[in-house]
Design a protein around this ligand. Structure first.
Ligand code: HEC
Length: 167
């Protein structure tokens, strides 16, 4: 019972953020990836917030780790796997726990997913412009090897260990 109540509270929090996002001024005008920005606000901001700051205990911030992921081949694959297959279970970002369910966005095309991830990496997490942006072929490659949401989380744990980030 309490689990359902928690879920209800989470959905309400998501709705409240979505409602406030709908009336907020559009501050993505200077984005390097404007179509990724529009897709992020439509599909992701409900949980991660318009600026990617996340929500305590529920959705992790996207403002730091993705900049580390983009510089490593397995990190690039991790970004693609997360949006293609979702992620489920406890994760840690900068010593804080998050445990909710990230839905999959496989219905969005390879180009659209590359562009929303590039918005996350370069506009929200401010990765160095020396890093190569993700492209549709990398998303397509990850789409060819389906994984479950829990396996995506395990892949993330191995990646964080390899990058020397705490998990
Ligand atoms: C319903 C809420 C929800 C929505 C909508 C959502 N996410 Fe997530 N996202 C999460 C949760 C929860 C996690 C952590 C998963 C876990 O707890 O196992 C996560 C994790 C992530 C991560 C991994 C961060 C890390 O440190 O490894 C990325 C990247 C990400 N989301 C990007 C996106 C993008 C891009 C979109 C839109 C296309 C999106 N998310 C939409 C809830 C959401």
């Amino acid at each position: 019972m309490s689990r359902w109540r928690r879920c209800g509270a989470a959905l309400f929090a998501c709705w409240a953020i979505a409602a406030s996002g709908a009336i907020a001024a559009n501050d993505d005008s200077g984005a390097h990836y404007p179509s990724g920005a529009a897709s992020f606000q439509a599909n992701c901001a409900v949980c991660h917030g318009r600026d990617g700051a996340g929500q305590p205990s529920l959705a992790p911030p996207l403002t730091s780790y993705p900049a580390r992921y983009i510089a490593a081949p397995e990190g690039r694959r991790q970004l693609a796997l997360t949006v293609l297959y979702g992620m489920f279970g406890d994760v840690v970002v900068e010593q804080k726990h998050y445990n909710f369910k990230m839905p999959d966005f496989a219905r969005l095309g390879d180009e659209a997913l590359a562009s929303v991830l590039n918005f996350v990496v370069f506009d929200l997490a401010r990765a160095s412009e020396d890093s190569t942006p993700l492209n549709a072929a990398e998303i397509a490659a990850a789409r060819g090897q389906p994984l479950g949401a829990d396996a995506v989380r395990q892949h993330r744990a191995a990646l964080l260990a390899a990058l020397g980030l705490a998990n």
